[in-house]
Design a binder for this molecule. Structure first.
Ligand SMILES: [Zn+2]
Length: 434
């Protein structure tokens, strides 16, 4: 692995950020109106509630700023100190923050592409630092520290995550990826978007003038966007053709993407085998809050509970990129598939005798509880370009839409269309200025 630093994504520069706020404000208000006056059907959003309150950063945008949040993107080889220094925090302040808050070294690990949120006061000094630590067993913790009366400490304010729908509309100027990054669409969402349409249209081949519209859930912690949920709906306009995708979850084992007629967006269906016969999903993908401890965790895969020794099968043809012990994941196998998706199988009790490549359906190992694990289960993870993506939508077979679900799907599709239409005819690009 190279230690050379290269930019992963364009960071939004501060002067641009302020220009964005004025543009984003009215759109946020529109979103809120929909959310409040017309509750969305159950199942479309995984959120417990949709908040009426706008994130602090939007609300304050017309007032004199006494402090503001900035998001710094982690680059390859970065330490937490490197990231904080790039945000303009002095060496002395960084030392003080890390020493006084007593952050465990294990919690300082970062993943390239993720962001660290930093609140700066009017003098440019940091008062709050928030990020998800990159753990090695498929779970990362939200780390939040703040300066109270000059002393850094773990954040004591009540930890609540607010989930709100986010809308983004971009017009491609040079590249779709660049435009999305500039509009604040995180790297995991960008990888998901590319995968959703991979059998229909190549997002990387969009040309100047082509457009993308996105509806997704954002999770806010103390007014700062900390994580994004699944893309709920997306439109890609390439030349005169429009491609649409809608997330639909029948409510049993996670959702998939369908076009406006309820047809699967995947033609080739590279993933046509389930990795394990499981008894239940013991932990889904994504961000969740511990009901008792009030800590926030990000689960980077799906946990399938199954008896010890249950065979684990390759869901698609692939090359074996890892077979061995992998920290908190225990005995682990990783496979790289032809479509660029890498899958990981953690906590195995034993490996099956496999060579350097496997075929879909081949047994690669057996369910166990090795590494940091509380009981026999398969931790199933999917990554694209090293970024965690939801295995349910990326690396599992897409269930066929049944007639019985069609009416419900259409209802949700109409709601999503209404939300997207709020930004469809805006004369300007939303959340993009360059
Ligand atoms: Zn897990």
């Amino acid at each position: 692995m190279t230690t050379e630093k290269k930019p992963i994504a364009t960071t939004v520069k501060k002067p641009i950020r302020w220009t964005l706020l004025g543009i984003m404000l009215p759109v946020s208000a529109v979103m809120t109106t929909y959310a409040v006056t017309e509750p969305l059907p159950k199942g479309l959003y995984k959120a417990e509630r949709v908040s009426q309150e706008l994130p602090a950063v939007f609300v304050k945008s017309n007032e004199v700023q006494s402090s503001y949040w900035t998001a710094e993107t982690v680059q390859v080889g970065d330490s937490l100190t490197d990231v904080l220094a790039r945000a303009g925090i002095s060496e002395g302040s960084i030392k003080k923050a890390l020493q006084q808050s007593k952050i465990d070294n294990n919690l300082k690990k970062l993943n390239p592409g993720q962001t660290v949120s930093i609140r700066l006061d009017s003098t440019g000094d940091a008062t709050d630092i928030q990020f998800f630590s990159n753990d090695d067993n498929g779970e990362s913790n939200l780390v939040a520290i703040q300066k109270v009366n000059g002393q850094w400490q773990a954040s004591t304010s009540e930890i609540t995550m607010k989930t709100m729908p986010s809308l983004r509309s971009i017009v491609v100027r040079t590249s779709a990826q660049g435009a999305l990054a500039q509009a604040g669409v995180g790297i995991e969402l960008r990888e998901s978007l590319r995968d959703i349409f991979s059998d229909k249209v190549n997002v990387d081949e969009l040309r100047p003038g082509d457009q993308i519209r996105l509806l997704y859930n954002s999770m806010y912690f103390r007014g700062q966007e900390m994580a994004a949920g699944d893309i709920l709906a997306a439109e890609v306009i390439k030349g005169s053709k429009t491609y649409k995708a809608y997330y639909y979850d029948k409510g049993d084992e996670g959702g998939s993407y369908y076009d406006e007629r309820g047809k699967s967006l995947k033609h080739t269906s590279a993933f046509n085998v389930k990795p394990v016969e499981y008894t239940r999903i013991s932990s889904p993908y994504g961000v969740r809050m511990h009901p008792v401890l009030h800590t926030v965790k990000m689960h980077t895969g799906i946990d399938y509970a199954a008896p010890e020794g249950t065979p684990i099968r390759a869901p698609a043809d692939g090359a074996v990129t890892w077979k061995g012990w992998k920290g908190g994941y225990g005995h682990t196998v990783m496979l790289m598939h032809a479509n660029g998706v890498e899958t990981l199988y953690g906590h195995m009790s034993a490996y099956a005798p496999i060579g350097s490549a496997v075929k879909a359906g081949d047994v690669i190992g057996y369910v166990g509880s090795t590494g940091r694990s509380t009981g026999p289960h398969l931790h199933y993870e999917a990554r694209i370009n090293g970024q965690h993506v939801n295995p349910t939508t990326v690396a599992l077979p897409t269930p066929k839409m049944e007639q019985v679900n069609m009416a419900h799907f259409n209802q949700q599709r109409e709601k999503s269309d209404t939300m997207l239409s709020a930004i469809r005819n805006l004369p300007i690009t939303v959340a993009q200025v360059d």
